[in-house]
Every structure is written in C-alpha cells, then in structure tokens.
Design a protein around this ligand. Structure first.
Ligand SMILES: *Cc1c(COP(=O)(O)O)cnc(C)c1O
Length: 361
C-alpha cells in the first residue's frame, strides 16, 4: 500500500500510511450481477416526473449552481423547522462526514464509534490524522451505551452513532438515543448518522426529531442522505443539521458549489413527492420481514433490522456465504470473519436470496 505513495522522492502525507481503502471486493457499477444487493440502494429507477425535472435542469449546465446548495438547504430548513444557517448540503453524507472530522480533529485525536459500523469511519478518521476507537456491539448486535461512554477519554473529539447501524440494521429506540446524547460530555462532537432513518421511524418523527435534539445539544450534528430511501444514490446528495457554528466549520473546510444543478433539481423534485419515499419504505418493510423470517427458518442467523438490509452474523463462514451468493449472481457485502450484509430489494431479489440461501449448508 505504501508503495503507491513512495514514488522516488515524491511522498504523500504519512497520515495516509495504513489507512484502509474504500470498496474492498465491491462489484463495480457496470458489473453484471442479476441482483445488486451490496450497497443498500433503492431498487427502483427514477419516476418520470422526477426525471423530467432533472432533464430540464440539464439546460442550465453552462451556469454554476448554488454556492452552497441554498435551494435545497432552505427547503430542508423549512421541513425540519430550523433556520437556513443550521443546514448544509454535500455530495453525499460521506463528504459531510469527512468535513466534520477534518473540522474537529487534530493529529492524534480520537474518534469513538461502535463497531462493526460503516466502513468509511476508520478511513475518514485516518486521513484526518485521528484514530478510530472501536467499541464492540452487544450480543444482539446493538450499540451498548455503557461500553461507548466508557471509551470516551481526554483525546476524544468526536463520537459517531449510526442509527440504525450499518451493517447490522439494529437500532436504539428514540428515547435510548436521547438518553445517550445527554450522557456524552459537551465538548465532544456527536455525529448522529441517520442514513437509514426513513426506514426506522415515522415521517413525522424523522422531520421533528432533529429540531428537538438540536435545541438540547449544542454538540450534535445530524447527517441524512438522499442515497437510500430517497433513491438518489447516483446524484450524490446528503445534508447536515446542526447549530450555526458547526455548519460554519463545515463550510470552512469545503470548496463551494457542493451540488451540481441536476442534483439540486432531483432533490427538489423528490422533496415535493414524499409519498414516493413512503411507498418505498413500505415495500421494503415487507421484503425485509420476509427475508428475515424465512432465512431464520432455514437456521441462518439474522439480526433485527430497522433498515433496508439484513445482517447475517455467520462469523467465520462469512466469506464462504458471500461467495455462495456471488456465484448465484447475487451481489452482497462481506465483512470477513463477521457476517454478510444483504440489501432488501424487489420481490424478485428476495426470491433469489431465499433460493440461494436454501442451497447453502
Ligand atoms: C450509505 C451510507 C452513508 C452515505 O451515503 P452517501 O451516499 O454518501 O450520502 C452514510 N452513512 C451510512 C451509515 C451509510 O450506510
């Protein structure tokens, strides 16, 4: 790995030494899997009227888009009952996560997160020069508040809570999250990564919980994305809700023009059609419970998921199970030695997963 960064006299920053890379063993965008269940995307393509909004935005391609994605951030502020300067957008919530960590961590600082969780966390902590402290999940694959609080030391600057958690799908109840937020020291930035929130709570709660929490906690930043339940992964759009000082720090570390005009148009079209998201969420709940019930009845362990994927904690047999799915043209995500994550997609996808699992011993 370090060979890449050691081209004669040219040398990249030592911060990059030992930082893992994205997308290990991930099938490429053009790969020909019949069932693409490795990235928790929405299974259905863009609806015609959303597509029409995007197409018309293409005509303005000669112009720069909003300096800070204001069209979208103002609409989001209204939806969440916040001020416009308490919201900012980025080309995916992963970009905002990177900005937050860079804005708050110095070399040698610590970022604490439950583990296993989103694979980007150790990478983003690493490139900012910080160290990720991994706190093991409990026996039910859930975040353990007590274990997490015990790991907050004097170098801890950031805590990342992913709820529902990727890759396990498990979630703390809203009251449990509130209790945990209250127990974390005020000088630690809490990043609440809610990429899957639309799958786990009612729309009213998803709209109102950020305002309620931000009024109580000045050290909180909430991340949301349009890539999952909103079905716009290819457009790259996510947002952060926080107090205006945190939002200002995010702007300080990012170049302007974060979202292309076509992305702004796609997001605005969807924000005015929340029923599309609700339909997707309901369809997903049906597929997820079918997958969970039937895999369990085959004797395969499945964690309780509140997201659009399921976690099979098969431990040592993870690679073998993932290979079995891949051979059947079902793309899944393998976490070596821990488990396999499978996106719940269409009823066709569900049928393929169940038929493939039935032939695994
Ligand atoms: C998918 C995902 C994201 C980021 O998605 P973007 O496409 O970058 O918005 C962030 N956090 C978690 C836990 C995810 O699973």
């Amino acid at each position: 790995m370090s060979d890449l960064f050691n081209l004669g006299v040219l040398r990249a920053s030592t911060r990059l030494d030992g930082v893992p890379r994205y997308g290990k063993g991930r099938p490429g965008q053009k790969s020909s899997f019949a069932h693409r269940l490795g990235s928790n995307e929405a299974p259905d393509p863009l609806k015609e009227d959303v597509l029409a909004a995007v197409t018309s935005a293409l005509r303005d391609g000669n112009r720069y888009p909003d300096l800070r994605g204001e069209t979208v951030s103002m609409a989001l502020a209204a939806i969440h009952g916040l001020q416009p300067d308490e919201v900012t957008v980025g080309a995916g919530s992963i970009v905002l996560l990177d900005q937050l960590i860079r804005a708050f961590c110095d070399h040698g600082d610590e970022v604490v997160a439950p583990w296993p969780s989103y694979e980007a966390y150790p990478i983003l902590a690493g490139i900012s020069g910080a160290r990720l402290i991994r706190v093991p999940l409990d026996r039910d694959h859930r975040l353990s508040p007590a274990a997490l609080l015990a790991e907050i030391g004097s170098r801890c600057r950031v805590i990342i809570l992913c709820n529902p958690n990727n890759p396990t799908g498990t979630a703390l109840a809203e009251e449990e999250i509130d209790e945990l937020l209250a127990a974390i020291p005020r000088d630690v930035l809490i990043i609440l990564d809610e990429a899957y929130v639309d799958y786990s709570v009612a729309p009213d709660e998803a709209a109102s919980s950020p305002g309620r929490r931000l009024r109580k906690h000045t050290n909180l930043a909430i991340l949301r994305t349009f890539s999952k339940a909103w079905g716009l992964a290819g457009f790259r759009a996510g947002y952060c809700l926080s107090n205006r000082s945190v939002i200002d720090a995010l702007h300080a570390v990012a170049p302007p023009f974060p979202l292309p005009g076509v992305t702004l148009a796609a997001v605005m079209a969807l924000l005015s059609r929340p029923q599309l998201v609700q339909a997707r969420v309901e369809q997903n709940a049906a597929q997820r419970s079918k997958l969970t019930d039937e895999l369990r009845s085959m004797g395969i362990p499945v964690a309780d998921s509140r997201a659009n994927f399921i976690w099979l904690p098969v431990g040592e047999r993870a690679t073998e199970l993932a290979t079995h799915f891949t051979a059947a043209s079902v793309a899944v995500r393998c976490f070596d030695g821990e488990g396999v994550r499978i996106t719940s997609g269409t009823s066709d996808d569900t049928a393929a997963v169940l038929a493939t699992a039935a032939t695994w011993r």
